[in-house]
Design a protein around this ligand. Structure first.
Ligand code: NAD
Ligand code: ZN
Length: 356
């Protein structure tokens, strides 16, 4: 195993550098992890190109990366759930454990959450990283490190589908076929949805959605209004969807998700679009369409792991590109520009499949 601690550090807009950092010292309740696989998320690319997401602003150098898995290299004296050599997926947000939200179980709403690669907290695209042991999930032998890293976006899909109340026979409209739309599709299927229409502006992403089991796909035109798309959704689905999950966040897509949903249904907003937008709220209130936001996930990692470990959900198709940590720059360019049909770009801190 490498002795250095090569780390990908974001210094400012379009300024991502590989540099050496000290190997972290762990506390009694932490583990040191030899990182293996780290997926690039849209938010990592956003911090790279814009330096901020909403009120989260990169003001000092920040280690990037949060969709990850690795091997436990050291355990703190009070850690009971893990031993050295365990292969783990890392849930990247550690809350305060003390506030009302934490105590009531909705820890994703904790105002003091320390979340990897959300300023001011460092992420884990690095060789050695320390993390709270209770936010590490031991992977069974047959679940790969890449699948472990993919539990992060998959947990977003689990949380979105739970908040949406997807159930047997649900008809679901998913807006956007990026990684988050695709994981929402996989989870909705596994929760019993029988009709799923997914939209995107890119045909290749819709082709992947079809491969993963979407019953219908709809290629949107850039200048199409939500009213025009609505007509096409109505013609394609057997009935109005019970649930719409907006996984892109564009104003036209959030508007469409409200218009399209059947009266009494649910709209879940996952996509992070502009801070304010023009939405048909009267339409929603007069038809009792519930609009629910989702923020990351909460107690969803175990379900995501169970879906993958049982073979119920196959997330591997999402990964289109592989790079070594030394090629981080190229990996980010590929993800940023959607080069060569990129969907999920995976960075390998150790040789691919070194830990399976
Ligand atoms: P992505 O950019 O890869 O995917 C978005 C997809 O939407 C793209 O394929 C794009 O072509 C498509 N698209 C753009 N405009 C569209 C439109 N009007 N109608 C239909 N499709 C359209 O991003 P992703 O990684 O899949 O993430 C999706 C969104 O979810 C992002 O906004 C991201 O910030 C957000 N997100 C939110 C949470 C949360 O906790 N709420 C967590 C993770 C990601
Ligand atoms: Zn808290």
């Amino acid at each position: 195993m490498a002795k250095d601690n090569l780390t990908a550090v974001l210094h400012g807009i379009n300024d991502l550098r590989l540099e050496q950092r000290p190997i972290p010292e762990i506390s009694d309740e932490e583990v040191l992890i030899a990182m293996d696989s780290v997926g690039i998320c849209g938010s990592d690319v956003h911090y790279l190109t814009k330096g901020r997401i909403g009120h989260f602003v990169v003001t000092k150098p920040m280690v990037i990366g949060h969709e990850s898995a690795g091997v436990v290299a050291k355990v703190g004296s009070k850690v009971k759930n893990l031993v050295v050599g365990d292969r783990v997926a890392i849930e990247p947000g550690v809350p305060c454990y003390k506030c009302d939200h934490c105590k009531q179980g909705s820890y994703n709403l904790c105002p003091d959450m320390a979340f990897c690669a959300t300023p001011p907290y460092d992420g884990n695209l690095t060789r050695y990283y320390k993390h709270a042991a209770d936010f590490c999930f031991k992977l069974p032998d047959h679940v790969s490190m890449e699948e472990g890293a993919l539990l992060e976006p998959l947990s977003v899909g689990v949380h979105a589908c739970k908040r949406a109340g997807v159930t047997l026979g649900s008809k679901v409209l998913i807006l956007g076929a990026g990684p988050i739309g695709l994981v929402s599709l996989l989870v909705a299927q596994s929760m019993g949805a029988t009709e799923i229409l997914i939209t995107d502006l890119v045909q290749q992403r819709l082709d992947v959605a079809k491969e993963l089991g979407a019953t219908h796909t709809l290629l949107l035109k850039r200048d199409e209004t939500s009213e025009q798309t609505l007509e096409r959704v109505r013609k394609t689905m057997s009935a109005q969807p019970d649930i719409s999950i907006d996984c892109c966040g564009a104003e036209s897509s959030t508007r469409l998700s409200i218009f399209a949903t059947r009266s009494g249904g649910v709209v879940v907003i996952v996509g992070m679009g502009p801070a304010e937008m023009n939405l048909p709220l009267f339409n929603a209130l007069a038809r009792e369409v519930d609009i629910r936001g989702i923020f990351r996930y909460c107690n969803d990692y175990s379900a995501a792991l169970a879906l993958v470990a049982s073979g119920r959900v196959n997330v591997k198709r999402l990964v289109t590109h592989h790079f070594d940590i030394t090629e981080t720059q190229k990996a980010f360019e590929t993800s940023r520009d959607g080069l060569d049909g990129a969907i999920k770009v995976m960075i390998h801190v150790q040789a691919r499949n070194a830990n399976n």
